[in-house]
Design a protein around this ligand. Sequence first.
Ligand code: 0X9
Ligand code: ZN
Length: 441
Amino acid sequence: MYRYLFIILTYTLVSAKFRFDNYTLYKIIPENEKHIQILQDILEYDQRYDFWTYPAPGAKFVNIMSSPENKADLENTFNSNDIKFSISMTNVQEVIDKETVGRYTRSNLRSMRWDTYYNLRQINDWLDDIVSRYSNAASIIVGGESFEGRPIRGVKISHGSGRRAIFIESGIHAREWITMATTNYIIDQLLRSNDPEVQAAARDYDWYIFPVTNPDGYVWSHEEFRMWRKNRRPIGSQFGVDLNRNWNSNWLLHGSSTNPATDNYAGPGPFSEPESRTLSEYIRSLSGQIDLYLSMHSFSELLLLPFGNSTQQYANYQDAISIGRRAMGALSVRYGTQYTTGNIAEAIYLATGGSIDWVKSALNIPLVYCYEFRDKGQYGFLLPANQIRPNSEEVLDSLLEMIHQAKRFGYMNGSASGSASSLRVSLWSMLCVIVVGFMRK
Ligand code: 0X9
Ligand code: ZN
């Protein structure tokens, strides 16, 4: 009898979800370099606080979460240094409780909604269902494996062979739930939309889309600790490697930590983690085909370009910036959301070992971007589910414009000779050359 009670009690204690009761989320607008320096010192020397954004020199805002016990100390530091702050959330747990996690009913595509989040099992069920419903164009792909042995599952959408490829890597940070949801929406639209522009994008390219590239972390963020970012590798008494610091590109040089207790722990070595290593091998196997690579993150409303270690410009940097800016123009049309486009190192902070840096430098893929979705620090990682649809719609708008602009700048036409739109483009350019030649005579 006591034995059973003991087992039940231990189970409840061990499996109890961490609660963020009365945790506060601060939003700080630093006014000078001294403010930034103070925030950086807190981040470096005081492990009590969770920085949701990094206090980089150019940071327009910084979000910090504090437990109720440590609030007073933090506010004292703010006040004594004249740092102005507002409170985005007075009780983080309350916002978590309002976050809806829906239930997808197996074999019922209509039960998939865009105003609720889903756990890994439900996303996997939905992926299986949508792929079997649209088996003419869609198939399940496995891009690698997690530390705990879960497959990194995705969808390939292809309407014929020989097309150039677009690769979407999403959810490498577990707590950024909007990224998995929006990436699922993109899959859904590419297969089901009636919009001719979306249909053309689906038809003209091979799409490789991975909504959850950190499955162990995602499960943990649902079941145990909502604010989990890393994978789940045990290191002594600590857990987790930041998978966006573990790629073999200037590993550990900037914005990374050797301390496994921190959220940006880069791991014991480059590609030490199965998630980043196996996914990178998969990407490499496709590298000759990929013209556009996107890495989906949240939050801050940014479109970032490599590299994370310097503002040094690579060969087609100006093209990539122009294409990106125009895409963000299109993103702003529907709901007025204003993204900033820039190089990682200047737009946020020096941070190396990230996926897009490796993809750009090791594989030389022409267009590589990292999105940081909504919002600008009001809800941060806890973006309310009623913003899934608007966020997804504006991101898809921007993606269509990105493809359009990339083509104008001479990208993404590659050897996709079989594709309808590239054929159209070639016919048009031939016609223009003939007309111009004729007029000159
Ligand atoms: O720090 C990151 O990994 C990303 N920001 S987040 O708040 N989502 O964690 C930015 C990634 C930029 N890319 C590289 N540093 N390569
Ligand atoms: Zn992220």
